[in-house]
Design a protein around this ligand. Structure first.
Ligand code: ADP
Ligand code: MG
Length: 601
């Protein structure tokens, strides 16, 4: 099987690896060298602290597409939790870390529930709103020392040694940055990570694969907040004092700025962005007063200008430029020996699978679907045809839970599914493709299709971060590769989905739908954009699926394609069903001929 045996070998860049190693070694010995000024150590420590927050933004904003200006407030949660517990209650700093994570996690969950539902620009505005509120909360609570804050925070200690100076705490900070980077890489390369990545493709396709997108947003939100809390906790013990200033909206904007400058969807970009911004800010504070004289706050102005320039000339931030020097990441290996996923039991052929009665949907005054009723038996291929605007796609959306019916019933194997959310319908075994293809163009074809197998895996965040999900991931990946192979795309697994022709992307959507192991497959114009030979291959695939027990309902415009393939046809016009029968009868049905006269065919 070519798809399965195909797995690119990891590229090894000898000199690059050496350079990487050199940077690591230099980083490790730097604080030990007596000639290195304290200033550099302080700066590097600050970079590490900021990189933690920016890394959270990589997950939340860069990968998940949810922009937050409020991350500094979560640093504040971490910092104040440990400040209060360690000064007032004398709790050891390492224990307060647990408290900081719990408290921030709870706060993020609450704020996330309120915020991530917001869409478009309301979301960043929402994060600004609570970013500002929390800043004032920190500054007005007596228990938190109001605007003076809390001082006298003990330093961290490791094995009985108190880390008073920057050089010793340097290792703790960068050790934590390394751990956070590892956890983040693992999270993003997992079943949960796929759901966060899928958010960018719009919620429809993800929900149709059974993904709870609200949950995926919350996971990203809480994860980013926890990284910010760790940063704040560290900050409190490095500074030994906290006050509200570093946790306000300005800081929140700066973190986002770092993430964007670095290249907001790359973990390396978080470190690069934090480093560049802090270094630049520091240097500008020296250079600008010297250039312009006086003590004005010029650096913010220059900064704004630089950001505009960057956004115009390097939208992806600076990491992609740096990454050119790195070897290309190896494509994931498809393991042909991974254990096959369990399959659903197939209903008895010929029994009723989908029954639709008196289905209604109106958009304002427009009755897009009116009194539509038909049924599909297990093992059939049924075609739904009709002129443009007849209500075919709307009918699909009503069956698959994308839209709520205004009236009528939809039953699958006898139980009602009308009005259920899309992911609940998916869970019952209904998979679909979209008339307007919904793939993630930057993600590989294989990863796109693996999303379809979401419901057949179970691993969550913890298993992902601990890497206990590898066996399951291998099974999901094998399934996706098999479905792609079956659909004739076995040689395109590792291509970005955005490089495919439109016709091929439709086939990728079919492979993704097949990964759900569906009882019923709904295909909205699957052959549009395909060449003749590709259409024949598609027809052969659909026939094979029927033989294997999958039931198919499809919308199609190409009459030759439909007539030779389907068992029965349902014809719609102006939202109503006007005919139903075998292709030979439909071809001569006066109502159908009438509907199509001067129509699209
Ligand atoms: P078909 O797939 O048969 O070409 P559709 O189901 O897409 O037709 O559309 C049926 C009718 O409903 C069209 O007039 C269309 O403009 C309208 N329609 C579809 N979706 C919406 C929507 N979300 N809001 C308003 N009108 C819609
Ligand atoms: Mg349509």
């Amino acid at each position: 099987m070519s798809a399965l045996s195909m797995s690119r070998l990891p590229t090894t860049g000898g000199p690059v690896r050496l350079a990487g190693l050199a940077i690591l070694v230099a980083g490790a010995v730097l604080p030990l060298l007596p000639g290195v000024p304290e200033f550099w150590i302080t700066l590097l420590n600050a970079v590490g602290l900021s990189a933690l927050v920016a890394m959270g933004l990589v997950v939340l904003t860069g990968v998940g597409g949810l922009t937050s200006f409020g991350q500094a407030a979560f640093c504040g949660f971490g910092a104040y939790t440990t400040a209060v517990l360690s000064t007032v209650h004398g709790v050891s700093p390492w224990l307060t870390l647990v408290a900081a994570l719990l408290l921030t996690g709870a706060a993020a969950l609450l704020l996330g529930l309120l915020t991530v539902r917001l869409s478009g620009h309301y979301l960043p505005l929402g994060t600004m709103a609570w970013g500002i509120s929390l800043f004032y909360l920190f500054g007005n609570l007596d228990a938190l020392g109001r605007h003076d804050g809390i001082s006298g925070i003990p330093p961290l200690s490791v094995a009985g040694h108190a880390l008073y100076d920057g050089r010793s705490v340097y290792y703790v900070i960068w050790g934590i940055v390394a751990l956070a980077a590892l956890a983040t890489v693992r999270l993003l390369d997992s079943r949960v990570g796929r759901t966060i990545r899928a958010l960018r493709g719009g919620v429809l396709a993800a929900e149709a694969s059974g993904v709870d997108t609200a949950r995926a947003k919350l996971v990203a939100f809480v994860y980013a907040a926890l990284l910010a809390a760790v940063s704040g906790w560290l900050f409190a013990h490095v500074q030994r004092a906290v006050n509200p200033t570093p946790f306000g909206l300005n800081a929140g904007i700066e973190y986002l700025f770092m993430a964007v400058v670095g290249g907001v969807s790359h973990i390396g970009g978080a470190v690069l962005g934090a480093g560049l911004v802090l270094l630049l800010k520091d240097q500008l504070q020296v250079v600008l007063p010297w250039l312009f004289g006086g003590s004005g706050n010029y650096e913010s102005i220059v900064f704004g200008g630089l950001l505009v320039l960057l956004l115009q000339h390097a939208r992806g931030g600076l990491w992609p430029l740096a990454a050119r020097l790195l070897p290309a990441p190896a494509a994931p290996v498809v393991d042909p020996a991974a254990e096959p996923l369990p399959r659903r039991s197939v209903p008895e052929r010929g029994g009723p699978l989908l029954e639709i009665d008196d289905l209604q949907k109106s958009f304002g005054g427009l009755a897009a679907v009116r009194n539509v009723g038909f049924s599909v038996a297990a093992g059939e291929i049924v075609g739904l045809i009709g002129p443009n605007g007849a209500g075919k796609s709307t009918t699909f959306n009503l069956i698959t839970g994308v839209l709520r019916p205004s009236g009528g019933r939809v039953r699958l194997l006898g139980s009602g599914i009308g009005g259920l959310p899309a992911r609940a319908v998916a869970r019952r075994g209904v998979a679909r493709s979209f008339q307007h293809v919904k793939l993630l163009p930057e993600m590989s074809v294989l990863d796109n299709v693996m999303l379809g197998a979401h419901l057949r895996g179970r691993a969550g965040v913890l298993r992902a971060v601990l890497r206990l999900d590898r066996a399951e991931e291998a099974r999901l990946r094998r399934e996706a590769a098999l479905q792609l192979e079956r659909c004739g795309l076995g040689d395109s697994l590792h291509r970005p989905a955005g490089t495919l022709a439109l016709g091929q992307s439709r086939i990728v959507e079919i492979a993704r739908a097949l990964c759900l192991d569906p009882l019923l497959l709904l295909l909205d114009e699957p052959a549009a954009g395909l060449r003749h030979a590709e259409k024949q291959a598609l027809a052969a695939l659909l026939r094979r699926l029927r033989e294997e027990g999958t039931t198919i309902l499809l919308v199609e415009h190409d009459m030759d394609f439909v007539m030779g393939l389907v068992d029965r046809l349902v014809v719609m016009e102006f939202g109503a069903r006007i005919a139903e029968g075998v292709p030979a009868d439909i071809r001569n049905d006066p109502a159908v001929l009438d509907a199509y006269l001067g129509g699209i065919e």
